[in-house]
Design a protein around this ligand. Structure first.
Ligand SMILES: *Cc1c(COP(=O)(O)O)cnc(C)c1O
Length: 366
């Protein structure tokens, strides 16, 4: 339970709208895998998954324990674990989660565990590296895979997939088209060696929007569900899902020469009014947003963060702004305000959202 007055509002209807937008962008037979890793991009993975479990074909999480927490609340939808580790494979299997097998190490360990547990046709997903150079087998590994898997009754290769490195960057279009071509070549070779074709998937949010020819059998949509994209135009049609709000705890009147916060981050050049807000770097406001770089909105007006960001609080300059203690403070409530803050913090929306800590109270709206 959390009584923090700082809240992250999650608009599930907006999320549903966004899901339908991505459905409208792909063929009706193309499946949707909703990516709910990292607490659903900082939102609430369980609430999101419960809300859309019957509207998507798959969920994806990064780590096994993220999948376990969805199973523990009764989610039955297939769940792909994108980055399983050896030490989690027993749990992964017992919670009916489906592993990404991305190298020999993890594949051989899982074959052994699956055989030991006497499962048959356990669904697994093979990842190929086509240029991101993060996780995945290469084209040259297909013979190895065939030797390891062809005779195994324990495992069934449900899908082959890869991940695009720069699907949002149209200056890298040639590189992305090479990734798409290499993935097609890999899947053709796989089919040739195994005698069947698993499902294929390659696109994240920006891939869905920019490379319709690569939608294949399924698309993996993350950031777009939460209302954000790397494409300015698409951002306009999506609905905002996440709003971060707080209140004014206290107001101070400073005289010229008085200072604000730790290390006296700002010395007042003239008399000023400042408001203290219960959200700090432990809640997800990066420290880099201190000393005039970041801002929040109070009663419709943009006010600067002054002094250093504290662990639990920020102070903002409310000189000339009509407001009082207890008034509402908006940190962000639109895609534009999320992007603007992310830019001020020298980062991207993905990091801004996933940084919102578990201390912030989640409020669901539907
Ligand atoms: C996180 C992730 C996604 C989702 O990417 P978005 O850009 O948020 O849509 C898709 N695939 C993989 C492998 C990922 O790690």
């Amino acid at each position: 339970m959390s009584n923090h007055v700082t809240t992250l509002r999650i608009d599930l209807n907006a999320l549903h709208f966004n899901l339908n937008y991505f459905k409208s962008k792909v063929k009706s037979e193309t499946k949707i895998m909703a990516v709910v890793k990292a607490f659903g991009y900082g939102s609430d993975a369980i609430a999101v998954a419960q809300f859309i479990q019957n509207k998507v074909s798959y969920f994806a999480v990064a780590y096994t324990h993220e999948g376990v927490s969805l199973r523990e609340v009764g989610i039955k939808t297939p769940i792909l674990v994108l980055h399983p580790q050896k030490e989690n494979l027993v749990d992964l299997l017992s919670y009916d989660l489906e592993p990404n097998l991305y190298n020999r190490n993890i594949l051989e360990e899982f074959v052994e565990i699956a055989s030991h547990n006497k499962v048959t046709d356990y669904p697994v997903h093979i990842k190929f590296n086509t240029g991101l150079n993060r996780l995945g087998f290469s084209f040259e590994d297909i013979d190895y895979l065939r030797n390891e898997l062809k005779e195994s009754l324990a495992l069934k290769v449900k899908s082959l997939f890869s991940h695009l490195a720069a699907s949002e960057d149209l200056n890298e279009k040639e590189f992305t088209l090479d990734q798409i071509a290499l993935f097609k070549k890999i899947s053709t070779e796989f089919q040739h060696k195994f005698g069947f074709m698993p499902e294929l998937h390659l696109c994240n949010t920006s891939g869905v929007l920019n490379y319709p020819e690569a939608h294949l059998d399924m698309v993996r949509v993350g950031i777009g569900l939460y209302g954000l994209t790397n494409e300015k135009n698409a951002g306009l049609v999506l609905k905002n899902v996440l709003s971060l709000k707080s209140i004014i705890s206290q107001i101070h009147s400073l005289k010229k020469g008085e200072s604000i916060g730790y290390n006296r981050g700002l010395i007042a050049k003239e008399s000023m009014h400042i408001a203290t807000i219960p959200i700090g770097h432990a809640d997800g406001i990066p420290r880099i947003l201190g000393n005039g770089k970041g801002f929040v909105h109070i009663n419709g007006q943009k006010v600067q963060i002054v002094g250093n960001v504290c662990m639990d609080m920020i102070m903002v300059d409310i000189s000339g702004i009509e407001c009082k203690e207890g008034d509402s403070v908006v940190i962000f409530d639109s895609q534009e305000s999320i992007e603007e803050l992310a830019t001020a913090a020298d980062t991207i929306s993905y990091e801004m959202l996933t940084a919102i800590s578990q201390r912030v109270r989640r409020v669901l709206v539907s």
